[in-house]
Design a protein around this ligand. Sequence first.
Ligand code: AMP
Ligand code: MG
Length: 352
Amino acid sequence: MSRSRAPRLTPLGPSIALATPGAIADAARLIRAGRLVGFPTETVYGLGANALSAAAVQRVFRAKGRPRSDPLIVHLASAEELPRVTRSVPDAARHLAGAHWPGPLTLVLPRAEAVPAIVSAGRETVAVRVPAHPVAIALLAAADRPIAAPSANRYGHVSPTSAVHVADDLGHRVDLILDGGPTDVGIESTVLDLTADPPEILRLGGVTFEMLRLSLPNVVQRVLASQDARSPGTAMRHYAPRARVLLFPDGADGWRRALATARDIAGRCESIAVLGPDRLIEEAPHGTLLLSWGASDDAEIARRLFALLRRADSEGVDSIVAVLPPPGGLRDAVRDRLTRAASGRVIASDLT
Ligand code: AMP
Ligand code: MG
């Protein structure tokens, strides 16, 4: 006869559930009850709450430690639901939704009264998107509510690209985390303000400037890594790991300086990581934590970036020496995140 089993202890960690139909139904009930659910999207994991309930949305700000001045993105199951959250739907929005939804494009539109002001930090606008992830869509459909969801990390920290990242950051502050595996895009959505004339990109993300220009020739792009009151989430220090990030420009000179700095720090026996493409990593000094984003596949760089930054923290590294990828396409969004992780500072001057 087998020995009697010890009683199962209630797990101390937060509740992570594989995103089965049953777990999604539980999560939808939680959303309707005003609770918080961590869930995967194709960009990063979101911290979701019923977007039509001010009390539920208040919990999101509290759980993240996010300032009330920083508005949230509202997620919809389909573009047909736009009238639930927006006062009007301009032709450009219909056109862009047709081209990019479901997908990593957030549109800033006039806010409907049904959406509590707290969602938009008191603005007359609301940011909306339809995510391209089967779990997110199933949750939205089952909850039958628009879901307000910022990235599911503590404010200012690196965005989560896995369920474990969400648990690491938010623990019991979230009622349930749906695990849908690692996210595909890996960085957040592009935020496009359609209430501005001409339409303006407030944050670069999964949809590139070049792609947007095809459907919206007059679109303008924000200056990279600048602070803008119209989109407070674009703080200069954001997406930042605990380790200090020493960031160097793309190109031979930037790489040379990055490696010299890495050797200098390693020589002082301080713990260090080097982050960049394979070719840079190969030359990193002995004893360095190697954080490679691969060869030169843009999608791969974006997909890996945040997990690599989190890895440095989990290994207890003090400094991360990183290089920027060359400009263009999805790499511009990666450049933006890395620059913010480095508090806006790219080291271009000679080493001291
Ligand atoms: P997060 O969901 O954490 O990735 O951040 C959402 C981003 O969208 C932040 O940069 C916000 O400032 C921005 N955002 C959300 N709502 C609005 C809005 N109504 N107007 C301008 N920016 C917004
Ligand atoms: Mg965020």
